[in-house]
Design a protein around this ligand. Structure first.
Ligand SMILES: *Cc1c(COP(=O)(O)O)cnc(C)c1O
Length: 355
């Protein structure tokens, strides 16, 4: 039976990316060696990381003055690297979910943290709109897509101080105005590559303004100077990332993927809105096009686990909602084909018919 992979992360990759990665594990570039056993400083691998960097720049239209880094440690490492490198006295955070709160918590170890707004009291079902960013903050941190709650900031904010964004789960899902950001970072395992890799897009001139000692490995400047080759980078995830970047380019780039993502998300949200049993959890204007969260209406609550079993038996994998929201979550990243979204809708309709 064909499985439809709705997992939130690590998550679906284009089939082609998995095939090409498997091929490189067996025999990389016809070299007779596996990519698992070659030097990261070999010519062949340097070409991989360089092409990946160039495709990041091309697909996201990254302007001059920015660097693209490939690092270990995941997005969570960035929660501490950001304040370590940028915070002299004060930082501002918008808390729109669990990941945003975790990022803010790390910053508290480095100085004064201002929470400009939070939707915690509403279980993060919306993105706060009315807030003031303190102009004396060293930076302002946001999470553009709240993977657990299915909310998303659909525009690039204006900020009077460097804007830092965790884009783990919506990078490459829509065009972004990079020039509005000081740093964009994320774990690769949502929309780009297998786990083990973080990407960082950083404006070079925001660095060098803090007085503390920064350990070499945690210092962005180290990785800019060494082009992500200060130490051994996550070689295999970078290779898969390159294949995803090539796949995105061949599929029309970010603008085209955004169109497809909107079509897929609208299809699923319409089905939820028109259903007798299911209801979405996020407020409509802030709904994510990547993670679709929904629950059973109170009068059908008793069928909650039964639908999960029914959907799983029909090949829907990974749709159980995060424990802090409950219900269901369908993650429909770039690589998710519309046929799989339709299969989930058919499954919901069939279950409704039977109950
Ligand atoms: C998954 C996720 C993280 C955590 O990423 P790790 O690479 O596991 O540290 C952080 N932020 C967001 C928005 C995420 O979706």
């Amino acid at each position: 039976m064909k499985k439809h992979n709705f997992s939130a992360g690590p998550s679906i990759l284009a089939h082609e990316v998995i095939e090409k990665t498997a091929q490189a594990v067996l025999d990389f570039n016809g070299s007779g060696l596996s990519i698992l056993e070659i030097s990261h400083r070999s010519k062949d691998f340097e070409a991989v990381i360089e092409e990946a960097r160039q495709l990041f720049i091309e697909l996201l239209e990254i302007p001059e003055g920015y660097s693209v880094l490939f690092l270990g440690g995941g997005a969570s490492m960035q929660f501490c690297m950001v304040p370590f490198n940028l915070m002299e006295k004060k930082a501002a955070y918008l808390t729109t979910g669990v990941w945003a709160s975790k990022a803010m918590k790390e910053a508290k170890g480095f100085g004064e943290v201002v929470e400009v707004a939070s939707s915690k009291d509403a279980n993060y079902t919306f993105i706060p709109k009315d807030f003031v960013i303190p102009t004396d903050a060293d930076y302002f941190h946001i999470t553009t897509n709240n993977t657990i709650y299915g909310t998303e900031l659909h525009t690039d904010l204006d900020s009077p101080v460097p804007l830092i964004a965790d884009m783990s789960s919506d990078i490459f899902s829509r065009p972004i105005d990079i020039s509005k950001y000081g740093i964009i970072y994320g774990g690769a395992q949502k929309n780009l590559a297998p786990a083990g890799l973080a990407f960082v897009i950083i404006k070079n001139d925001i660095l060098g303004k803090v007085s503390r000692y920064i350990p070499t490995m945690l210092n962005y400047q180290t990785h800019i100077n060494e082009a992500s080759m200060f130490n051994t980078p996550p070689v295999l995830p970078i290779y898969s990332a390159l294949e995803t970047l090539r796949w995105m380019k061949a599929n029309g780039g970010v603008a085209e993927l955004n169109k497809r993502n909107i079509v897929k998300a609208e299809l699923l949200y319409n089905a939820i809105d028109n259903s007798k049993m299911f209801v979405g959890t996020a407020v409509k204007e802030d709904r994510s096009i990547m993670n679709v969260c929904f629950v059973m209406k109170p009068e059908y609550k008793e069928f909650e686990s039964e639908f999960l079993k029914f959907a799983t038996a029909a090949g829907m994998d990974g749709i159980k909602g995060h424990r802090s929201v409950g219900g269901y979550r369908a993650s429909i990243y770039n690589a998710m084909p519309i046929e799989s979204v339709q299969a989930l809708i058919d499954c919901m309709n069939e279950f409704e018919k039977q109950h």
